[in-house]
Design a protein around this ligand. Sequence first.
Ligand code: XMP
Length: 510
Amino acid sequence: MKRRPVLVVNFGSQYVQLIARRIRELGVYSEIVHWDTLLEEIRGKEPYGLIFSGGPASVYSEDAPLPDPNIYDLGVPILGICYGLQVIAYQLGGKVEKSDHQEYGRARLRVIKRDTIFEGIPDEFDVWMSHADKVSDLPEGFETLAISDNSPHAVIASSDRRFYGFQFHPEVVHTAYGKELLANFVYGVCGAHRNWEMGDFIEEKVKEIRETVGDAHVIAALSGGVDSTVASVLVHRAIGDRLHCFFIDHGLLRLGEREEVEKNLRALGLPLKVVDASDLFLERLKGVEDPEEKRKIIGNTFIKVFEREARNVEGAEFLLQGTLYPDVVESAGIKGSAKIKTHHNVGGLPEKMHLKLLEPFRELFKDEVREIGKLLGIPTDILGRHPFPGPGLAIRILGEVNREDLEVLRKADSIFIEELKRNGFYDRIWQAFAVLLPIRSVGVMGDVRTYEKVIALRAVESTDGMTADWYRFPYDFLDHVMRRIINEVRGVGRVVYDVSSKPPSTIEWE
Ligand code: XMP
């Protein structure tokens, strides 16, 4: 079904996806388009309205991204945010200049002229600013609706043409009434109708998958994680047992993980084959220390094993992948290249086996996949699982991977996770795990000097894995986990807690 979207025009803002998510949360479909998308294409989407995102450029710089000026003649409402506002002001004949005072962070907004955009919102509230340039002269037909200490034109509008500009960011949580402002634009100004509900999405996708796949068969490699599980349940609902799921145990899983995943997936009724290829993976990893080399070996071996299994599926024409919208947007990038990130585990396989990709979640954000999972009846403990990297524990054992170290790491990791769940931390954390370091350290146990392995614990808060901060546990909790690990895991003599954020560090240690 074709849905009329609110289009977010991307000028390179770090918040571009957040804007689209906020619009969808309001119940209206939203898509992101690159700033130089042809007007023909934009018109073809019949957008309710356009939102020009922020961006790092200055409208006066030589390579400033500026849209085709005919965009203002489409008759479609436009909301410019930060750089987006400056683009509108500049292209329609106003003036933008460097501010004497840059404005970053919280600012007080004062409404000086009431308008539809402020419906249900008080005259003064806090907003989040982040800009160096500001509008100094308005274009013809525009007026100022609100000001802040450093922005004499913090909200501008040409209400008869339905053009609005905010110098601040309504999409971030620090802006009070941000959601209401966006709702006023989307519903009040654009006159949009509600057209985005996950229940409808499921019905439509099921129909679409049936049409796309026809009588063919679909194969899927499952990890037990959220995206591949929800995608498989959806496709299973559409085509039943013409879906063939494979769970490949590469020997680099966590304690009890294979059994748990198998139980979960079977309980969901998925046609599943579990393949134990751990000997092959561990054999190939013998003596390999370099993390990139490990990744390469694991990736290649995975493809080989999966291919061998999938060859036996008669009539297989599609490979199911849980690609999400951020992957699509990120890989398209601001430069407009259209390369889509292929799944690390099965990259190269579609070409090799002449398979077409089936990616039912290409338009969705992670929270939306979770919501679909909930509607499809998938238990919350599956939907709330922490992310786990494809190469598994191989990138959490620094240095060579062997069975003995895997066992040590598995035990330490499972104690940590068990305690996180028992103490109510698990669901507040994006990801937590143990890492085995490639060093030994001296200790004393009883009266004996020891020389044993070191475990590092990592726990981070994040919303998308792109940035992350270490989780502040109470000291007593860390103390308790340390004691359990050293007492219960033979061979570990020291436990450390990682207090690095991302950036500059990454989440995984590799
Ligand atoms: P980094 O370590 O780059 O990780 O900060 C960001 C997020 O990505 C996960 N990760 C992976 N996920 N296959 C995956 O499916 C991989 O090869 C992989 N490597 C890292 C990591 O666990 C974190 O959530």
